[in-house]
Design a binder for this molecule. Structure first.
Ligand code: IPE
Ligand code: IPE
Ligand code: MG
Length: 229
């Protein structure tokens, strides 16, 4: 059997919740609910397998164009996830971080997320990074603005230090699922040398076996970072 290389950081673009539900003649909201269950399974599997950092795309800056009842359902799920699972994660020593502009969320959700991030700041376990109202272009623009305001030269390092992911490693792997093959504005700066793994399954079907498939595919990749082998 091939030796498995465990990536330090995997980033997941969670997709296909709506189609998963449609196949079952269920409303899209039900797909999102089962998507939260998959998120819990995947976080647990990554922690168990020794992955140090995981990132998830939960809500994009473009997703606000969806019907209001779907957005409301997603916001309610984010709040519930914060009040229940995230609190447990803090107690389990996980570090919880967020990417994106939280200010567009309801005030009580922002407060809940900010207090979780603060409570988990000095935790030393797996880093769980969640993109909410996140867009890669928006993140880069905000970071460039902050770097420029500092009066120092706008270098790559200065932008890196002002991104929402400041201090984190770049993803070794970016996973897109549900048969799609695009980034949809996710971690545009950080993905410069990430390995892309495409999984046809819809997100609500993800589990530990899926994570093992991803690691197995990653283990066969040869990374060169522009150099020679
Ligand atoms: C991903 O599932 C979740 C979010 C984007 C919030 P989708 O809701 O995009 O599901 P599909 O792609 O329509 O099936
Ligand atoms: C990407 O999925 C955004 C999230 C997973 C939050 P979308 O379903 O919004 O992406 P597109 O529209 O298919 O590119
Ligand atoms: Mg989608």
């Amino acid at each position: 059997m091939q030796d498995l290389k465990i990536p330090a950081h995997i980033a997941f673009i969670m997709d296909g919740n709506g189609r998963w539900a449609k196949r079952r003649l269920m409303p899209r909201k039900y797909g999102h609910k089962m998507g939260v269950e998959a998120l819990k399974r995947v976080i647990a599997a990554c922690e168990k397998l020794g992955i140090k950092e995981v990132s998830f795309y939960a809500l994009s800056t473009e997703n606000w164009s969806r019907p209001k009842d779907e957005i409301d359902a997603l916001l309610a799920m984010i709040k519930k996830f914060a009040d229940e699972e995230m609190k447990e994660y803090v107690d389990k020593n996980y570090r919880i971080r967020f990417m994106g502009e939280l200010h567009r969320l309801p005030q009580e959700t922002q407060n809940a997320l900010e207090s979780i991030a603060r409570a988990a700041e000095n935790n030393t376990g797996i880093v769980v990074n969640i993109g909410i109202n996140y867009g890669g272009r928006d993140e880069i623009a905000r970071a460039a603005q902050k770097a420029a305001e500092s009066g120092l030269p706008v270098t790559e390092e200065a932008i890196n230090a002002n991104l929402d992911t400041a201090g984190m490693s770049d993803p070794d792997v970016i996973v897109r699922c549900a048969g799609e093959k695009r980034l949809s504005n996710f971690m545009l700066w950080q993905c410069a040398y990430s390995e892309f793994v495409l999984i046809d399954d819809f997100w609500p079907d993800f589990n530990e076996q899926t994570v093992l498939r991803i690691i197995s595919e990653y283990s066969g990749r040869e990374r060169r970072f522009g150099g020679l082998k």
